[in-house]
Design a protein around this ligand. Structure first.
Ligand code: HEC
Length: 436
């Protein structure tokens, strides 16, 4: 029980919470399915609003903040939840709203780069618009955004800007780098491939990502992420950052559009900010699990009507400073836990997601660099639920779910991946803040 709530809770108490934590997504042109701006808006949805906040489904933030903390956390306090619940229970009265400040858009939790960044140095457009059919279904698309720059250079920050914020739900992209002379035309093979279509047996080959001689170019996984309202990380100068080849492509591994009732289009782009000097401490990555460098145990096969636990682990060879992490599962995921165990026996919590929701896949950035001593072992534990009780089970009755073989990827396949973005450790890193 939360103590000390007003006897009568009115919209004047509720509005500041809604504006700060909900309106950023719940307004016209944004991803929320209806606006939560005015008293009427919120009143009309009062019962579901109560249910969503009490159940901690909204605002979406899957990670357990009692386990580990991240930048840009979107959670309500117990008191804020109690205020909303009491307001709804009392019939959602307007009360005196004259004291409510006019709606100030800057108060909303918003995406976007910090103003100090200035305009981007280059913009990479998706070559053609995407046609989103009005079939009221989720769409998971695989595509690429090819680029040719003036020269090889250094990337300080990159931002994905969806053309259609109403339906763009989330996006994860890797970067492909072509060595000089390896690829005549990085744009060849461009397509929007529906990840659920049975036709796309090998989406990467279909997109023509290979070098001209058929070999595979360098791929930097998990480089850019988009989620409504989250800003891409801008690390302190010299930390993180990438080399970017003159010729390459962003590989959009998952471009998720929410259901639309009518036909519409999206044309999105990447904004790039270059660094003048090579990143002093370039970004490195550990990639655990499916298609990565540590096996999933047991092998990822989930028979129908079973709930199973899968693990993957990796020894960290030398001291590292972690900047961000990215857990990735598909529809059958139930929970996700990752931590490191140091050789001293100490446990370093990384992330706990008690109720996995494939709709909200975040890249999580730590507030300060997180030191993991060399020889620690990173452990990942995932529960997958292939029973009919899992509301996200794509098949009814359930069918055997497998990890994809090769590069063929459909959302109805299962995956267990965990990415750790880091730089080599230096004493004092623990104090370096990563916020903008
Ligand atoms: C990051 C964007 C975002 C934020 C922030 C957000 N929502 Fe949502 N909300 C969505 C989306 C998208 C949906 C549609 C369901 C889905 O895709 O999971 C949704 C659905 C809902 C629903 C309908 C659920 C249903 O099943 O009918 C309610 C109610 C809701 N949100 C309330 C809130 C409230 C209250 C807040 C703030 C405390 C909030 N939302 C914050 C994006 C957001």
């Amino acid at each position: 029980m939360v103590q000390g709530l007003p006897d009568t809770v009115t919209f004047a108490d509720v509005a500041p919470i809604i504006r700060k934590h909900c309106t950023g997504c719940h307004r016209p042109g944004q991803v929320g399915p209806f606006p939560l701006i005015s008293y009427q808006d919120v009143r009309r949805k009062a019962k579901t609003v109560r249910k969503m906040v009490v159940g901690r489904w909204m605002p979406p933030w899957p990670a357990d903040t009692a386990y580990s903390r991240f930048l840009g956390e979107r959670t309500l306090t117990a008191r804020q939840i109690a205020i909303i619940a009491k307001w709804v229970d009392q019939g959602a009265p307007a009360g005196d709203t004259s004291g409510l400040a006019r709606l100030d858009p800057s108060a909303w939790t918003q995406g976007g780069m910090p103003p100090g960044m200035g305009p981007p140095d280059a913009v990479v457009w998706l070559p053609e618009p995407f046609f989103l059919p009005g079939d009221n279904r989720d769409h998971f698309i695989i595509t690429k955004a090819p680029f040719e720059l003036a020269r090889d250079t250094f990337l300080r920050a990159v931002e994905y800007v969806p053309g259609n914020r109403r339906y763009a739900h989330h996006m994860n992209a890797a970067m492909i780098s072509y060595a000089a002379g390896a690829k005549k035309d990085p744009g060849k093979g461009f397509a929007y491939i529906d990840a659920d279509s049975t036709k796309s047996l090998d989406a990467y080959a279909e997109l023509g990502l290979q070098n001209d001689d058929g070999s595979w170019p360098l791929l930097t996984p998990n480089m850019v992420n988009y989620l409504p309202g989250l800003s891409p990380p801008v690390y302190p100068p010299g930390i993180g950052g990438y080399r970017i080849a003159r010729q390459g492509a962003f590989l959009l591994n998952t471009l998720h559009f929410g259901p639309s009732m009518r036909d519409t289009v999206d044309r999105s782009r990447f904004n790039l900010w270059f660094g003048r000097v090579p990143p002093e401490r370039p970004m490195k990555e550990l990639f655990l699990g499916t298609l990565g460098s540590s096996p999933v145990v047991p092998a990822l096969v989930v028979p129908p009507d079973t709930v199973m636990t899968f693990r993957t682990s990796m020894r960290v060879p030398s001291d590292i400073s972690v900047l961000s992490i990215n857990p990735h599962l598909h529809l059958l995921g139930r929970s996700f836990l990752a931590y490191a165990v140091a050789s001293s026996g100490d446990t370093i919590p990384l992330i706990r997601i008690p109720d996995w929701d494939f709709r909200w896949q975040f890249a999580y950035t730590f507030p300060r660099m997180l030191h993991i001593p060399g020889n620690s072992v990173i452990q990942v534990e995932v529960v997958m639920d292939n029973t009919a009780a899992n509301p996200n089970n794509p098949f009814s009755p359930p069918r055997t779910a497998l990890a994809p073989a090769g590069r063929h990827m459909r959302t109805t396949d299962e995956m267990l991946q965990f990415f750790v973005n880091y730089v080599d450790y230096r004493p004092g890193d623990e104090a370096i803040e990563l916020g903008q």
